[in-house]
Design a protein around this ligand. Sequence first.
Ligand code: FEO
Length: 171
Amino acid sequence: MLSDKMVKSINHQINREHYSAYLYLSMASYAAAEGLNGFANWFAVQMKEEMFHAEKMYNYVNQQGSRVLLEAIEQPPTEFSSMLDLFEKTLEHEKGVTAMINNLVKLAREKDDYATESFLQWYVTEQVEEEANPAEIIQKLKFIGKDGRGLLMMDKDLAARVFTVPTATGQ
Ligand code: FEO
């Protein structure tokens, strides 16, 4: 059984995961419009990962006999300046998500809610990857600089990314 505060907090996190999906879809659309379909693919896969993050929380709340109350999803930004800009904003956004997940863990500990604390460990692990991926791509983009050929090669690499259901801790 979840406390009211925990249900409210997870409900809000479900909203933030949906917002993340929306943000990455907006980024995918920008990359596609720039003719960089590999970059667009990377963000489209990222969008699916975020939907999975939200769905996993949705299932958990239901499993615990509580109710998911969906909140309005805010409009994501639509103006970007480059592929580097997309990934810098992605990293900044993911750092914010990590802080939110950590706050949820803190709340679970305060409430002696061991089941939720254990459930959230999957997200703690996932966030390490969520920050590492854009950070690595930012490094490469900085190395490439204004070399168009380098950008096209990277576009080809990012086209290979596929969505697979994450299994970090088998949950
Ligand atoms: Fe759901 Fe990108 O963290």
